[in-house]
Ligand binder design. Structure first.
Ligand code: HSE
Length: 412
């Protein structure tokens, strides 16, 4: 028998208890040992719940109990999670977590402590909820040099963009629905500004390339500026707009970015809708591999946490090697990455505006939709981001009376 503890009895924590209870027999068989939930740490009271008798408010109870070999941290946030996790690992207890903020900031250090102590720090649930992606990167794709990871890593924004596209609704209306359904938080910033996806691609990039990719270095743009009119143009062009998180390696240089992107209908991520997430990975031997599933929610996330508990129980006192050093990876600026831009601007005279656009951008593809008359929209040729940005500035300066309404990247 192995005693385990859970830190945090919120959505994910209660899901972990539910999964451990519902699938108790098969989980114990797979772990090769009986898993006994001995403590749940939370500062709140939960009268009448199944964990009432094992609830503690004092972390020292868990830390000082030598029978507890595995701890599941599902509190979220960097502190006190970081302090608790570090103390547990230093005491020789394995830790599993769903906490992407913690993993993105301190993953390399915590993995090293686990390695030094012949135990494990596992974090499958931190990216893609229930989708297995960390373990495949760590264990199944180790024959490959990975040169690209691109994913829809945030369910809330994918729900919003899918609904805007399907129903012609504007951002604010769909955001409100996402909040009512409990996908988006009251303060939706982390999701809609791309910060959540940024931390997740930082974790995946660090694992894929074996070095510390700092999330602060990743260019991040959210979806708050995407309008219902942009969606109409995308439809006309045969594109979907998705919030993509990507990192690519070329000639030993890596760049990473989170940004809304117009993608073609034949793009592998085009049909990923609603709260679903998907990640495709490109390796030099295997080619393209894609992972798809529920990227958020109580039970999908708890499924990944419990799978990590099972793995930790199977590997007590044996470290599962991970390829993520504390050495910092310097990312290449996206200024040197080639892109195409979709641009919309106000226009009182479409003919004059088109002439001015051509004088700045040379070859462009104009696009017109019915019932939208006082603006001009076009897609540029593929060019380095730095140069495209300069040209957008030039356009702003040349066309004094008109405003640029949207600039959205277009996948090649
Ligand atoms: N808020 C996240 C999402 C779920 O919407 O995908 C947790 O990572």
């Amino acid at each position: 028998m192995v005693d385990v503890a859970i830190l945090g009895y919120g959505t994910v924590g209660s899901g972990v208890v539910e999964v451990l209870t519902t699938n108790k027999e098969s989980i114990n068989k797979r772990a090769g040992k009986k898993i006994n939930l001995k403590y749940v740490l939370d500062l709140r009271e939960f009268p009448g719940t199944p964990i009432e008798n094992i609830l503690t408010k004092d972390y020292e109870d868990i830390l000082n109990d030598s029978s507890v070999k595995v701890i599941a941290e599902v509190m979220g946030g960097v502190e006190p999670a970081y302090t608790f996790v570090k103390k547990a690992l230093l005491k020789g207890k394995s830790v599993v977590t769903s906490n992407k903020e913690l993993v993105a900031r301190h993953g390399a250090e915590l993995l090293q402590i686990a390695k030094d102590n012949d135990i494990n720090f596992l974090f499958e649930a931190s990216v893609g909820g229930g989708i297995p992606i960390i373990r495949p990167l760590n264990q199944s794709l180790t024959a490959d040099e990975i040169y690209e990871i691109t994913g829809i890593l945030n369910g809330t924004t994918n729900f919003i963009l899918s609904k805007m596209a399907d129903e012609g609704l504007d951002f604010e209306t769909v955001l409100k629905e996402a909040q009512d359904r409990g996908y988006a938080e009251k303060n939706p910033e982390a999701d809609v500004e791309g910060f959540d996806a940024c931390r997740k691609i930082a974790i995946l990039s660090s694992l894929a390339f074996g070095m510390q990719v700092d999330f602060e270095d990743i260019y991040t743009e959210g979806i708050t500026k995407i309008s219902d009119v942009d969606m109409m143009y995308a439809k006309k062009l045969g594109y979907d707009i998705k919030l993509l998180a990507t990192s690519k390696k070329k000639d030993q240089k890596v760049y990473a970015m989170v940004s809304p992107m117009m993608i073609n209908k034949d793009h592998p991520l085009s049909n990923v809708n609603g709260v679903f997430n998907a990640i495709f990975v490109k390796g030099n031997v295997i080619g393209d591999v894609m992972f798809y599933g529920k990227g958020a929610g109580k039970l999908p996330t708890a499924s990944a946490v419990v799978a990590d508990i099972v793995d930790a129980v199977k590997h007590l006192e044996r470290n599962i090697v991970s390829f993520w050093s504390t050495n910092k990876m310097e990312l290449t600026s996206i200024e040197s990455v080639s892109s195409r831009y979709f641009i919309r601007l106000d226009s009182k005279s479409n003919e004059i505006t088109r002439k001015q656009i051509k004088s700045v951008f040379n070859d462009v593809e104009f696009v017109k939709i019915e019932d939208v008359n006082n603006e001009v929209a076009f897609i540029t040729e593929s060019e380095e981001e730095g140069k495209l940005k300069q040209k957008v500035e030039e356009l702003k300066n040349n066309i004094v009376t008109e405003d640029i309404l949207s600039v959205i990247r277009v996948d090649k």
